[in-house]
Design a protein around this ligand. Structure first.
Ligand SMILES: *[C@@H]1O[C@H](CO)[C@@H](O)[C@H](O)[C@H]1NC(C)=O
Ligand SMILES: *[C@@H]1O[C@H](CO)[C@@H](O)[C@H](O)[C@H]1NC(C)=O
Ligand SMILES: *[C@@H]1O[C@H](CO)[C@@H](O)[C@H](O)[C@H]1NC(C)=O
Ligand SMILES: *[C@@H]1O[C@H](CO)[C@@H](O)[C@H](O)[C@H]1NC(C)=O
Length: 486
């Protein structure tokens, strides 16, 4: 033992080869489908902005010079009957059974068409049926009515069919957003769909899509439960009977699940609906750190790298821990600054306790009166840009293995490239030594930190047969490699 110890010590002293901290697997995990966010409810306001700003916003959202989103969630309005906040009361296309006004909601349609013009695939989602169909004849505070599944499905399928016929790639439809809540406070649209009613909603919509020849082109997403704990408790009521009619099982994560709870959720779905993917379709409004502490639904505006890394940690949890193929943040654009940018120049970049972390791009809540049409980007915008631009539909996750691998590192591969998005949520620099299963050549690297917004940094450097990926304190870096020799 003594001799071996001396031998190892002398080898270590004379051979500076670093230990391999991480290895990219050759066998893929899930295929990615999209990185996106929702078009609610900001289109109501942003439609009023000068056209140059609306164009800039569309570029910031949908182009690779911006977030590079590959998914946009279009909110099919319910008419906002009874909703007290006009911004959260989108008009409905529904007039009466079989009769529609597709000129309604020009605000929502404008940004829907912008997403389409940029080639971004679209999910449509519904917060409430038109008031004519709900239990209380309003767009909030009521419930889905038993026996109206066919009528509701017909309406939703007609709306999808219409917009698809104009060339828009609406590939998914979520017919009930947070059905666990009636939104009785009426600050927004909402319709409760009890767990025992959800199968009727899905059956009605599936039949209507089938009649229009759309049941394979447009996948039904369900049920957007607001938390994984509710989802886990309620799936057994409705999911098994309609699993074959559901394209994917989507959820929100407003309970900010631990890794153990998320894993338990994934296993519940595997048991109830084998082979169905789960994915994340809405989250916002948390403070906290990149290391995952302090998460929870709360008021408060933090535009700094702290919060941006906290949200990045949530993305990694869904993509890496849960192996989910798709991720949507909630609202891409928000006026929840909690301060007035014309009064205080530091407002959009300084945390406060009265705003909300529900956007990536912010605008002045007083724009209508003070004519401030500026768009304010938070660090969350810059970190999400890494996922939008480097986790592309059709690319596959290659799991990372090794003692130093953490949940907050992901490798997305195409046949020609690897993109490695690596977070360092700590306050000290660290360097990952990475090995690949095939020959690679470093191409580029981009970093976002407290002082950097997606800036170009040095590509990975070679070290023996591996590559060195330096991770600065409190940063998110993407390293791109070609899958060929240099
Ligand atoms: C359709 O909606 C538009 C926009 O709200 C409105 O101006 C128009 O009068 C509506 N048409 C009908 C037939 O209701
Ligand atoms: C609605 O239908 C479901 C499924 O048949 C049933 O379990 C539930 O009791 C019904 N609800 C009402 C309010 O009738
Ligand atoms: C778009 O908005 C961003 C964020 O406010 C700004 O930095 C950029 O200059 C704008 N670009 C154009 C072309 O207006
Ligand atoms: C950050 O610190 C945590 C906890 O000490 C550690 O597990 C992790 O490996 C560190 N990550 C990086 C990238 O330095």
């Amino acid at each position: 033992m003594f001799t071996l110890g001396v031998l190892v010590a002398s080898l270590l002293a004379t051979t500076p080869t670093p230990t391999t901290a991480a290895t990219v697997s050759a066998a893929p995990a899930q295929t990615f489908l999209g990185i996106g966010g929702s078009g609610a409810w900001w289109p109501h306001d942003l439609f009023n902005f000068p056209d140059a700003v609306r164009q800039n916003l569309s570029t910031l959202l949908f182009s690779s010079t911006g977030l590079g989103l590959s998914s946009y969630r279009f909110n099919i309005g319910g008419g906002g009957v009874g909703v007290t906040n006009p911004v959260r009361a989108p008009a409905t296309f529904y007039v009466s059974p079989g009769v529609y006004n597709f000129s309604a909601d020009p605000q929502g349609v404008y940004f829907l068409q912008q997403a389409g013009a940029h080639g971004v695939p679209i999910t449509a989602f519904v917060n409430s049926a038109p008031s004519q169909l709900t239990s209380n004849r309003e767009s909030c505070g009521g419930t889905f009515v038993n026996g109206t599944g066919a009528a509701y499905g017909t309406y939703v399928a007609d709306v999808i069919s219409h917009w698809r016929s104009t060339g828009l790639m609406i590939n998914f439809i979520s017919p009930m957003n947070e059905p666990d809540d009636s939104f009785g406070s009426c600050g927004q649209e909402g319709m409760q769909v009890s767990a025992n009613q959800r199968a009727e909603v899905i059956t009605g919509l599936f039949a209507a899509l089938q009649t229009r020849g759309l049941s394979t082109a447009v996948g039904i997403l369900a049920d957007e439960s607001s938390s994984l704990s509710l989802a886990t408790a309620e799936y057994s009521t409705w999911l098994p009977s309609v699993a074959s009619k559901v394209a994917a099982i989507v959820h929100h994560t407003y309970d900010f699940p631990t890794d153990a709870a998320y894993t338990s959720f994934v296993n519940t779905v595997k048991a109830l609906a084998p082979g169905k993917a789960t994915w994340m379709s809405e989250i916002c409004c948390s403070l906290g750190t990149g290391l995952g502490t302090g998460r929870g639904y709360t008021q408060g505006f933090d535009p700094t790298i702290n919060n941006a890394l906290m949200f990045s940690g949530l993305v990694f949890q869904s993509l890496v821990l849960a192996g989910e193929p798709h991720y949507d943040f909630w609202t891409l654009v928000s006026n929840g600054l909690g301060c007035s940018p014309l009064t205080s120049a530091s407002c959009p970049s300084t945390p406060n306790s009265v705003g909300w972390n529900d956007g990536m791009i912010y605008y002045d809540p007083s724009y209508a009166t003070n004519k401030n049409f500026a768009l304010y980007l938070t660090k969350h915008f810059w970190t999400y840009k890494h996922f939008g631009n480097f986790v592309k539909p059709g690319s596959v996750r290659m799991p990372l293995t090794g003692a130093d691998v953490r949940e907050w590192m992901v490798a997305a591969a195409t046949t020609t490239t690897y993109n490695l998005i690596m977070m360092n949520p700590n306050t000290t620099t660290t360097t990952i030594t990475l090995a690949f299963p095939d020959t690679v050549c470093p191409v580029s690297a981009f970093r976002t930190s407290a002082t950097e917004d997606f800036v170009t940094v040095a590509a990975a450097a070679k070290s023996g047969t591996s590559w060195l990926l330096p991770l600065n304190p409190m940063s998110l870096t993407t390293f791109t490699f070609n899958r060929r020799a240099c």
